[in-house]
Design a protein around this ligand. Structure first.
Ligand code: TYD
Ligand code: MG
Length: 469
């Protein structure tokens, strides 16, 4: 027997309650509980009503999805080799970070590439003249891109729902789009979701690539791109520091490719320039022989990236000294500080500690631990980490240094950029005769770092070094 009942469901976390409440006990959200009617049927009746679904084997003969490279190399790297037909991408980022510029450059490159794909750029934020001015500034006015200024999803769908739609359609931005069948204002969660759903549906049906721009917003009336993440095939975030010229494109979700690749761009007055070798750029402003800095040999996706880790440890008049981190995880910094105090006897308690990854890059690899520790110890002691040295390694809670992946690739990149020495974790497999591209100093315990750059350190050359060859 069917039983009609209603439950009260939190829209934020999905917890269900038998009666309404102002605050969800599970997630703490206020005013998120909404009544939902549920029809519960006895299991046997439901199974009589449903049809059997057919199962298929895991193995099949589907070809790789066809990709359309944009010829913007860094964008292709992040998407996994180009845009997949019929897929929907979301490009999120803070207002003013350069999303419109990036996508205009991408469609212009696609349209004037060897295949000359027809592209459309629909702006809900800027007038046609403004987009034209930008195209002229970027030097892409000649590209065959169809421009429109529109905000009505019904009009856009009616235009695109035809047999020969453009190959790539950019919607800038989804927060300006609206369906007139909904009461709510453009930019609200309901409008953003419904508009995206209609646009994605027509993209899947007609097989064009849909690129949605989404502004990241502070909590407020405008819905951020987060509410769309589950609906699209790929989510790319465009990030960077307003004060820096670097911009980093990062995939946080990708149904057709990897999610750990980053694309690096440099912002110029003629638009975004690709940076195929980011290490050179990130180290460009480095001043050697300064205490409190260490060069970390990192890996972003498949590419080695060298960055400078900067630390400043200074005496504090405050009872609880400040700890501030830019570009790294503050929890991880607290751990490295605790290990340095507990296992190496250093004292940071009365000091403020600032940590910065130069150039605006954000690092999430644990392999940066050792470089962070080196920068911290160096700042505390005032002794610089040798200028020609890179550092990488993960730190365990007992102060041991653990090996990290792709050590060879990191060393090769460091050698390419002119570094002569590297502080590395002990290698598990010492390959006989394997040539390291530079001299490596194996660090088994954090104490070894203190011995090298800490107060009262011996010279680094006194330590056991492994020579190349
Ligand atoms: P814009 O692409 O409009 O940012 P978004 O669409 O994310 O809001 O860029 C913001 C401003 O920065 C715009 O005035 C142009 C300028 N800009 C440059 O001058 N050079 C560049 O390479 C980029 C990306 C932006
Ligand atoms: Mg814009």
């Amino acid at each position: 027997m069917a039983k009609n009942r209603s439950t009260f469901v939190c829209q934020a976390c999905g917890s269900a309650y038998p009666r309404w409440a102002g605050r969800c006990e599970a997630c703490g959200e206020w005013n998120s509980i909404v009544e939902e009617a549920t029809v519960q049927e006895a299991g046997s009746k439901l199974s009589r009503r449903g049809k059997r679904i057919e199962f298929a084997p895991l193995e099949g003969s589907e070809p790789e999805p066809p990709r359309r490279p944009t010829e913007v190399g860094e964008l292709d790297r992040v998407t996994g080799g180009g845009l997949v037909r019929g897929s929907a991408l979301l490009v999120g980022g803070d207002p003013g970070i350069g999303k419109s510029t990036l996508l205009l450059q991408a469609v212009a490159s696609l349209a004037s590439g060897p295949k000359g794909a027809p592209c459309a750029y629909i702006s809900g934020e800027e007038a046609i003249e403004q987009v034209r001015l930008r195209a002229r500034r970027l030097g892409v006015s000649g590209a065959k891109v169809e421009l429109a200024a529109a905000t009505s999803v019904a009009d856009i769908v009616a235009t695109l729902d035809r047999l020969d739609p453009p190959a790539v359609v950019v919607i800038d931005s989804i927060q300006t789009m609206a369906l007139d069948t909904l009461d709510s204002a453009p930019g609200t969660v309901a409008q953003v979701r419904a508009s995206a759903q209609e646009l994605i549906r027509v993209a899947k049906r007609r097989g064009f690539v849909l690129m949605l721009v989404g502004h990241v917003t502070k909590e407020g009336v405008i819905a951020g791109p987060r509410v769309l993440e589950h609906m699209v095939d790929a989510v790319l975030y465009f990030e960077g520091d307003r004060g820096h010229q670097f911009r980093i494109l990062r995939a946080v979700k990708n149904r057709f490719g990897p999610t750990d690749e980053i694309g690096v761009f440099e912002m110029t007055d003629r638009g975004l320039m690709e940076v195929p070798n980011p290490s050179e750029l990130f180290l460009a402003e480095r001043r050697g022989n300064v205490s409190g800095t260490a060069v970390f040999a990192g890996i972003e996706g498949t590419r080695p990236v060298l960055v400078e880790v900067q630390a400043l440890v200074s005496a504090s008049p405050l009872a609880t000294p400040r700890r501030a981190v830019v570009g790294w995880d503050s929890g991880r910094l607290a751990m490295v500080l605790a290990v340095l105090e507990a296992r190496c006897g250093l004292a940071f308690a009365g000091n403020e500690v600032y940590l910065n990854i130069a150039g605006g890059l954000r690092i999430s690899e644990p392999a940066a631990d050792l470089a962070v520790a080196a920068a911290l110890v160096s700042s505390l002691s005032g002794r610089p980490v040798p200028e020609d040295m890179v550092v990488f390694g993960e730190i365990g809670l007992s102060g041991e240094v653990r090996s990290v992946s792709q050590a060879d690739l990191r060393l090769k990149e460091a050698a390419k950029l002119g570094f002569a020495r590297a502080l590395v974790p002990p290698s598990r497999r010492r390959r006989e005769g394997a040539a390291a591209p530079l001299r490596t100093v194996e660090i088994a315990h954090l104490q070894d770092i203190v011995d090298i750059v800490g107060p009262g350190a011996r010279s680094v050359s006194a330590r056991r070094e492994r020579l190349p060859g």
